[in-house]
Ligand binder design. Structure first.
Ligand SMILES: Nc1ncnc2c1ncn2[C@@H]1O[C@H](COP(=O)(O)OP(=O)(O)OP(=O)(O)O)[C@@H](O)[C@H]1O
Length: 403
């Protein structure tokens, strides 16, 4: 995690909760490697429940997560982020591809094979209201992983749970209270304490703050940040909003319709996004500094909804909503390539990089109408349609240019 926006929550040192089952990874070592990962949910119809198609929720993705880093994963609703999170934590069985954890193929491990790994890989869920059992006390909820894994922490479960509550900024005296007695932000802290109980190596947080009040979001993000520094955690943080992952990610993967379309280190992605979809997402990120919110700010609005993952568009899946789409985009899937060190993209006509199909110049008719560029800001005039969205400077591109 980066040092931006760091909070000051003091985090007591973590003690051992039993012998580690796998080696501690060296910082920077590849902890998780995902290759060709797919999840197709079958659609069944009729009396015989024959398969009539499939929802291609995740459709061939590759990435690595290194020990100690935070990988942010962003994309619109329905693009497969949660499915990806549940595949890498092995809560879902993939249709194809492999998941390796610390060099070990865990793709098809059964319940028994996964049990030791459950300690190392934990998930924080989106909704702190439904992910905590309302009939259990906080002590029971946070202590559950010890019972499930048959781990006896030094000093007993109660003492360890109280320590964990303190670590996440809750009062250890509230051990016997129930979830309804806590606010949304406090409940998410309880979920975090539960995820940390067994000292995991990898934490996958699926939209950890999207159900929370905006005023509380930064506190929870800062807590995750502090915990990472103190406990040497590795995160995959899923969000639909780039502004959430912006301050905490070392690298960011942008997903669209089951694919990763761009993967880059945070600075490169913000300073010069390459995929038109990334650029559109970034132009929608609110500008935090009111002095920069001038009438000149422009936003790229993608028209239409994300197409169905049951029958995604041919070629580049984004071509139906892209202002740069040409004939090759509808015909040929772009290869995911590293166009600049640390920045990979799957696009025939990337922004801020050399055109990958320079001979193909005739825009698809749909491309002309695919987006609108609207002016935003307090003195902004009514929406104006500008012919070339590539000319829109996202807030970060503008800041990078001004620097
Ligand atoms: N169990 C399931 N059976 C069938 N389809 C599913 C299932 N789970 C998810 N899907 C579909 O897979 C696609 C991807 O869903 P997923 O929840 O992974 O997306 P997402 O990017 O996390 O969206 P959101 O932010 O709304 O959660 C969606 O079209 C969804 O309807």
């Amino acid at each position: 995690m980066t040092s931006d926006d760091k909070g000051s929550t003091p985090v007591p040192a973590q003690r051992s909760v039993g012998a580690a089952l796998t080696e501690d990874p060296a910082p920077g070592e590849v902890l998780l490697r995902v290759s060709g990962l797919q999840k197709h949910f079958p659609i069944r119809k009729g009396l015989l429940q024959r398969q009539s198609g499939a929802v291609k929720a995740v459709d061939g993705i590759d990435f690595e997560v290194r020990a100690g880093e935070t990988l942010g994963v962003v994309g619109e609703s329905g693009c497969g982020k949660s499915t990806m999170g549940r595949l890498i934590t092995r809560l879902l069985e993939p249709t194809a591809g492999t998941v390796e954890f610390q060099g070990r193929d865990i793709t098809h491990l059964g319940v028994a094979g996964m049990r030791p790994l459950r300690r190392d890989v934990q998930m924080i869920f989106q909704d702190p209201y439904s992910s905590l059992n309302p009939r259990h006390t906080i002590g029971t909820i946070v202590g559950a992983p010890f019972r499930l894994q048959r781990v006896s922490p030094e000093g007993g479960v109660k003492k360890e749970v109280q320590r964990l509550l303190e670590v996440v900024g809750l009062n250890p005296e509230h051990y016997n209270r129930y979830p309804h007695e806590f606010s949304g932000g406090q409940r998410q802290r309880i979920g975090i304490a539960r995820a940390l109980a067994l000292k995991p190596k990898l934490v996958v947080a699926d939209e950890p703050v999207s159900a929370l009040d905006v005023s509380i979001q930064a506190q929870v993000v800062n807590l995750l940040d502090d915990l990472q520094t103190e406990l040497g955690l590795t995160y995959v943080i899923i969000a639909h909003d780039l502004s959430v992952v912006r301050h905490v990610s070392d690298r960011i993967a942008v997903m669209y319709l089951g694919k990763i379309v761009e993967l880059a280190d945070r600075k490169s992605l913000y300073a010069s996004p390459m995929h038109p979809y990334t650029k559109a997402l970034m132009s929608a990120v609110p500008i935090p500094d009111p002095r920069r919110r001038t009438a000149k700010s422009e936003r790229i609005l993608l028209k239409g909804d994300v197409p169905s993952p049951i029958s995604p568009p041919s070629g580049c899946r984004f071509h139906t909503r892209c202002w740069k789409a040409t004939e090759i985009c509808a015909r040929q899937e772009p290869v995911f390539v590293e166009l600049r060190p640390g920045q990979s993209v799957a696009c025939h006509h990337p922004e801020n990089a050399a055109d990958q199909a320079p001979g193909d110049t005739v825009l698809l008719s749909a491309a002309v109408d695919a987006v609108a560029v609207v002016a935003v800001g307090k003195d902004a005039p009514a929406p104006t349609h500008v012919s070339d969205p590539s000319q829109v400077r996202t807030p970060s591109e503008a800041a990078a240019d001004d620097a």
